[in-house]
Design a binder for this molecule. Structure first.
Ligand code: H79
Length: 404
């Protein structure tokens, strides 16, 4: 019950833990409240909104720069908005002229980014919004729930899964329809997913089509505990989150979370078996604001030292650890100490302990083991204000013994 069964095609995702979400489109030009939602929230007339196409000229766009930034942060994959609810396609498509080939850049941004990812060993997932506030034949189901014809979506997904070589994932957004509404729309999620998997056999697909998908997607929040499916089995999941309070570019939103908070979120997510998909909204020029860049560098510096306690780890529910959170890989348990326990830290554990050391410099920590109680001789003062990672190396035992 506490071991997750992972199909081979999902292994990279489970091991990756940390990805970069990128929200970028013609809405980025406006850079104000509600960002990518602005066509809907400000009720901008479509002919007016269309004018943005001829203004979108991101002379500072460099896909390799984005990919490098994700690598510096310690991320393993990128999820890019190919088309948000405004319907504007950031790629060359024969289904609409409302696409990036008609901007002054005349650029297929998806092609550029996929290539840069392929060249750099970063996985690429494509975000695709199922709503469309722009399509002339959109079907209105109330509020922002407007859907383009199913054939249109299917045709575009065929293009996205055919024209760019290997695609690692599709991240569908919204959806939100009842069975009756799906029928009215001619919506057929199984048919769509079957086509995608035929074109890209190892692709991962999230849970927002109306079907469960490969993983679930809490947005802007972190679950209290590891996520389970309806049968109680552990399920893959990915929490997506903004750095400030908007997904798309907002020039006056300076409410950026500090590096320490972002790292704590990452540890929280990973200790519960999830992935953390952290968002940036590039500027209309294609450059990424310094507030985001600085934070990604900060997380990257931490990951460089502590990455072993994140990548490829699993949950470690057998240990009760009130001073922080735990992750585990093989016979190593990583204690992420977030609240300093003082000098003598006691942990209840039956397994034989071989070695205890600080992850950051391998410095040995003296310990005593008597019966099921492990006592660590930590310094009195906090070692690392963000997170002190202590490694417990257990005697080569795969299974942890419960200590109760
Ligand atoms: O792409 C990002 C969001 O645009 C999208 N999903 C992430 C990944 C998203 N879809 N729905 N929501 C987010 C939640 C809906 C929030 C809303 Fe609102 C609150 C819709 C209307 C009120 C925020 C505030 C958006 C418009 C006003």
């Amino acid at each position: 019950m506490n071991d997750i069964q992972i199909a081979p095609y999902l292994k990279w995702f489970h091991n990756a833990k940390f990805g970069l979400f990128i929200h970028w489109g013609i809405y980025s030009l406006l850079g104000r409240d509600k960002a990518e939602w602005i066509l809907y929230t400000e009720k901008i007339p479509i002919p007016e909104y269309n004018k943005l196409v001829s203004q979108f000229n991101p002379t500072g766009f460099d896909a390799n720069e984005w990919v490098n930034l994700s690598k510096i942060a310690g991320m393993k994959y990128i999820t890019f908005t190919t088309r948000h609810c405004d319907g504007f396609c950031m790629f060359d498509t024969k289904f609409t002229d409302f696409n990036s080939m008609y901007t002054p850049a005349k650029c297929d941004f998806v092609a550029e980014l996929v290539k840069a990812c392929h060249d750099s060993d970063i996985k690429i997932c494509l975000y695709y919004c199922l709503w469309d506030w722009h399509h002339p034949d959109r079907i209105k189901l109330g509020g922002p729930r407007m859907f383009p014809p199913f054939k249109y979506v299917k045709g575009m997904l065929r293009e996205l899964c055919t024209n760019y070589g290997k695609i690692d994932g599709i991240w569908f957004d919204v959806g939100h329809m009842s069975n009756a509404e799906a029928e009215k729309l001619g919506w057929n999620a199984s048919e769509l997913i079957e086509m995608i998997r035929t074109l890209q056999p190892n692709i991962i697909i999230n849970d927002r089509t109306g079907l469960p998908g490969d993983y679930s997607t809490p947005e802007q929040w972190i679950p209290e505990a590891p996520v389970r499916d309806k049968d109680g089995e552990l399920k893959l999941w990915e929490a997506c989150m903004t750095i400030n309070d908007h997904w798309g570019y907002h020039k006056d939103d300076h409410n950026h979370k500090p590096v320490s908070q972002l790292i704590h979120h990452l540890i929280d997510v990973v200790s519960k078996g999830g992935n953390f998909l952290l968002n940036v909204g590039p500027m209309p020029t294609g450059k990424i604001q310094s507030e985001f860049v600085e934070r990604l560098y900060g997380i990257g510096a931490w990951m460089k030292v502590n990455g072993e306690s994140i990548y490829g780890t699993t949950i470690c529910p057998e240990i009760e650890f009130p001073y922080g959170q735990c992750t585990r890989k093989g016979n190593k348990i990583f204690l992420h100490i977030l609240v300093w326990p003082g000098s003598g830290l006691k942990i209840h554990i039956r397994n034989e302990v071989m070695r205890v050391y600080l992850l950051r410099d391998k410095q040995k920590i003296n310990f005593k083991k008597s019966e099921d109680i492990l006592t660590l001789q930590l310094p009195k003062l906090i070692l690392d204000s963000i997170d002190t990672v202590v490694v417990l190396e257990l005697k080569n035992l795969k299974k942890l013994k419960y200590a109760n």
